[in-house]
Write a protein of this length. Sequence first.
Length: 192
Amino acid sequence: MRLDYRIILDYVSPKSKVLDLGCGDGTLLSLLIREKSCRGTGIELSEESIYKCVEKGISVSHGDLDSGLSDYSDKRFDYIILNESLQQVLNPKKVLIESLRVGKNIIVGIPNFCYWRARLQIFFRGRVPVTSELPYEWYDTPNLRFLSLKDFRYFCQENSITILKEVGLSQNQIISVRPNLFANNGLFLLTK
């Protein structure tokens, strides 16, 4: 199992109501339902991924995260998950604020664009980095926002969002020392 999925499973309490924004093929939701007895649903833009969710028996809606969560009442879910999807939306602040309205806790997983290998590629090659974690060229990337773990911490501080837990990840390991430099991904558990 992917390390980020294991950590998310640890963050989520049993029998919780979960909304996975950008749920992909439903693998994480399936794990939460099976391992934690959660009631989960997802929102996904890709029709191909929606079909995979349906094959797994996952409840999923077709939607664009930027269009908001206005159909959901305040604190309807125990957890909102934005794992590897926040950097792909047009208005991440709006998506996060709406997620905090709809969910009691938010789990955000982001790629760290200030990972040391990416920094070296920019410095020595003078080009936008392409790594195994960020395998896209500048013209075909789904990522619209390029942020670091430090940027995300500052964003949370400026918007009065409480970080309950934070972990840096790299090569299927937890990074404790200088995660903004040595982690290629970060996971945050947030509340308002």
